[in-house]
Ligand binder design. Structure first.
Ligand SMILES: C[S@@+](CC[C@H](N)C(=O)[O-])C[C@H]1O[C@@H](n2cnc3c(N)ncnc32)[C@H](O)[C@@H]1O
Length: 403
């Protein structure tokens, strides 16, 4: 199968200054991939080598060669990751049309380099065999719910949207089930890497990465920190079903691309039979905007569903305290966080009826299963159907457990 994915630009043609901003966002992201190794060595190994040199002779001899050998192994793993990233950047620079002269690229920020580390861990989550158990917990219920709603003979005609698609595995797996599937992302780290994984891998187990190398804590054995993970576990470009026409990726902010906008009289927007959000709704500055967009983008002509899985880890909660809100259009400086019961009520008031809701599903995110500690979320899963006009329904709010 040739998955020459259609990386559409979902936003309308950008005015010039916006396109300059876009290019700066792209090139600084590409630069963050390129400086990853140098930054990693500076922060992870060079500082530790200096600390080692400052230890007393007795402490150094107690560590014997373990510590220096381990730091060398960390450097080797960082080098290997960097080699992989450099290849990804070369392809992306060409396909995303970055200036050929790298001196014109914008510099990367520290936060962007941190995003490179999380991108590498997300490759492990989405495209490795070892990531399968985590995917089964997070993506499994979504695919199971979709397949329960739409029988295999009608799936080809069903359009499923995956906002905040990350590195694209869920959207890809949904396409493999026979649906028309579109992933949506606005992060260049995700777009650049998903483009590589979906379009440019040529066989399974083609590359080796070291996703756990950045963490020195919660490690039972030094070897675990520098253990290799081979990717991809499936290779989209050689898979034997054709997803060429039924799979695409759309770049842009979810609310901008799929939300209500000025339409010309003869314009018709294609709507979606299902929207699948995983670890996404809490990325909103204002979750009500996401709910409005989901409601608007779902079909009214046929029965349509919102399937959600994930925690309520509101990403901008901490920003709120520093916010200096400059009026109602200053979306970037606000954070609206709703507890689950209020969220369910708002979703119902926005025209949905819950058909299923489960809470307390123990979930990890790109977690190292060999680590001595990990963050575990109590995730929420639901299937909400867009209500028919005037339809009576029973609220799910009282079903929300108190703990
Ligand atoms: C926590 S990650 C989850 C990724 C993937 N769904 C998964 O489960 O691994 C959230 C993703 O949503 C993306 N995202 C956040 N806000 C977005 C927006 N307004 N439009 C499109 N994507 C967005 C982020 O870039 C990030 O990749």
């Amino acid at each position: 199968m040739d998955v020459n994915l259609n990386y559409e630009n979902g936003a309308d043609e950008a005015p010039l200054d916006e396109s300059i901003l876009e290019q700066r966002a792209l090139t600084s992201t590409l630069n963050s991939f390129l400086v990853y190794c140098k930054a990693g060595r500076y922060n992870l190994t060079e500082s530790r080598r200096r600390a080692y040199q400052n230890l007393s002779d007795r402490h150094r001899s107690l560590l014997s060669s373990f510590y220096t050998d381990h730091l060398n192994a960390v450097d080797n793993a960082l080098n290997a990751n960097a080699e992989f990233l450099n290849m990804v950047v070369t392809i992306a620079a060409n396909e995303f049309e970055a200036p050929q002269d790298k001196s014109e690229w914008d510099g990367a920020t520290g936060i962007q380099v941190e995003h490179v580390k999380s991108t590498i861990k997300q490759i492990f989550r989405d495209w490795s065999r070892e990531g399968a158990p985590e995917r089964a917990v997070c993506y499994g219920p979504v695919i199971e719910a979709l397949n329960g709603l739409f029988s295999s003979d009608i799936r080809r005609s069903k359009r499923v949207l995956v906002p905040g698609a990350g590195l694209g595995r869920l959207a890809y797996d949904i396409a493999c089930e026979g649906y028309f599937s579109q992933g949506n992302e606005f992060s260049y780290h995700m777009l650049v890497m998903s483009n590589f994984l979906l379009n440019h891998t040529t066989t399974t187990s083609e590359y080796t990465i070291y996703p756990f190398v950045h963490n020195f804590s919660h490690t039972s054995r030094g070897a675990n920190q520098v253990r290799p993970i081979v990717i991809p576990d499936v290779c989209p470009s050689t898979h034997d079903i054709s997803t060429t026409e039924n799979f695409s990726f759309c770049a842009g902010s979810f609310t901008d691309v799929y939300g209500r906008k000025e339409m010309l009289d003869d314009e018709v927007e294609e709507k979606w039979d299902a929207i699948a959000t995983v670890f996404f709704i809490d990325t909103a500055h204002n979750v009500l905007d996401y709910i409005d967009t989901i409601s608007y983008a779902l079909s009214e002509d046929s029965t349509s569903y919102w399937i959600n899985f994930g925690p309520l880890l509101y990403h901008f909660e901490d920003q709120q305290s520093e916010a200096t809100l400059n009026g109602p259009s200053d979306v970037e400086n606000l954070s609206i966080e709703l507890p689950l019961d209020k969220l369910v009520q708002v979703i119902e008031d926005s025209g949905f009826v819950f058909e299923a809701l489960r809470t307390g599903i123990k979930t990890t995110y790109a977690a190292d299963d060999r680590a001595l500690g990990r963050w575990v979320y109590d995730s929420v899963f639901w299937v909400a159907r867009k209500r028919r006009p005037g339809e009576e329904f029973t609220s799910f709010v009282d079903e929300i457990p108190t703990r």
